[in-house]
Design a protein. Structure first.
Length: 395
């Protein structure tokens, strides 16, 4: 696992009232279909136009979001009006009061999402991690109004009016609790077998995250396996975590083995432990085509062509961002493979292996294989240096 910049974009919005979801006795009807892209960790990115702005904006589609939001830099660039509020968002990394832009519309191909109240947040960190401008996050404000089908084989999303729906054969129908963010029980086993409630979070580019306090209280992790230290970014800042694996995770009838797992010291109680113990993200969920039906409090999962793909166990201790057009090293974990290879904060990554594309996603992908030796060319003090790193493994 790269010392990878997994941005955890689960957040809860306080002081907001949500409309009750209503069931519909009529059949669901198709509205539109449009493509999406995947960023690292399976994170879903869709394009939409905001109000009368002609440029298409990039939005992350996130069941871990309790509303809908815009990036503060996007608002400044396009002079989008906003108002201060007393509303607080609580995300991994901390808490922050936010402004709002009220009663706006997003335009998708063949579909308008109207009467939206966007809260404003700073997503500079998302842009730096993914190497492309991230303009906002779409969550409950979409899922509470429509049935959303996500196909990871075709990379298409389809939107349907709420109503009765026939699910495909061969899948699993989950019945999560839904109060802005879906919560579903996972069964898992390491030192012993457990079953607990977790957030269903398509915006998290990881497999599994546990509240560190839960791992300590339950004592279910095997003591002989030592987690590595890594650093990632939350909605409101940088956070340090531990990274390990869990021997088995069971989602419905589906079992996954040696699942990469983050242990998060939840100082702000974002996860609401002990009620909820963690979250499972899109590096796991992208292995299913899914139908998200908040109106009936149902999520249907159908294994797809990615179901049997191996997990990422590589570890480098190297963290890098896009900074002013360069891919720059910002974090090097002490005694990690990156530290031993001689990386320094401030190095500009020029090539990884034979790839000199200056594309951060491509560089990350080159480092995703454990126990390999790879040449990395960096620029330091206006000189090119060749560093050789051997990726570690969390297994």
């Amino acid at each position: 696992m790269l010392f990878k910049k997994i941005v955890l974009i689960l957040f809860l919005i306080q002081n907001l009232a949500y409309a009750q979801l209503e069931s519909n006795e009529f059949d669901s009807t198709f509205i539109t279909r449009f493509s999406f892209r995947q960023f690292s960790g399976g994170v879903i990115v869709v394009k939409a136009a905001f109000e009368n702005i002609k440029d298409s904006l990039n939005f992350i589609l996130d069941t871990g979001s309790g509303g809908i939001s815009l990036d503060s830099a996007t608002c400044e660039e396009f002079n989008i009006d906003s108002r201060l509020s007393d509303t607080t968002i609580t995300g991994i990394g901390g808490k922050r009061k936010v402004s709002f832009s009220f009663n706006k519309t997003l335009h998708f191909p063949g579909f308008d999402l109207k009467k939206l109240n966007f809260h404003i947040n700073n997503y500079e960190i998302l842009t730096a991690v993914y190497g492309e401008k991230i303009d906002g996050i779409i969550g409950y404000s979409l899922f509470s109004r429509y049935i959303v089908k996500i196909n990871f084989d075709s990379l298409y999303i389809s939107i349907h009016h709420p109503g009765k729906i026939d699910y495909p054969r061969g899948g699993t129908l989950l019945k999560p609790q839904i109060n802005a963010i879906p919560v579903y029980p996972l069964s898992f086993k390491d030192g012993k077998r457990m079953r607990s409630d977790f957030y269903f979070d398509t915006g998290a580019g990881l497999c599994l995250l546990l509240a560190e306090q839960y791992a300590q209280d339950s004592n279910f992790l095997m003591s002989k396996r030592k987690p590595v230290v890594t650093q990632t970014e939350g909605m409101v800042g940088m956070v340090q975590m531990k990274l390990t694996v869990v021997k088995e995770v069971k989602l419905g009838p589906h079992r996954f083995y040696n699942v990469p797992t983050y242990l998060y010291k939840d100082d702000y109680n974002v996860l609401r432990y002990p009620t909820v113990k963690g979250l499972f993200g899109n590096e796991l969920l992208r292995r299913f085509n899914m139908i998200i039906n908040y109106g009936q409090k149902e999520i249907h999962l159908l294994p797809n062509s990615h179901f049997g793909e191996p997990f990422d166990y590589s570890y480098t201790g190297l963290g890098f961002y896009v900074m002013d057009g360069n891919i720059q090293v910002e974090d090097v974990v002490k005694d990690s493979p990156a530290d031993k290879a001689g990386f320094k904060v401030g190095d500009i990554i020029v090539c990884v292996g034979s790839n000199c594309s200056n594309k951060i996603q491509s560089y990350k992908n080159k480092l995703l294989v454990a126990n390999q030796r790879i040449k990395v060319v960096v620029r330091r003090d206006n000189q090119l240096l060749e560093l050789n790193i051997k990726t570690g493994s969390i297994l």
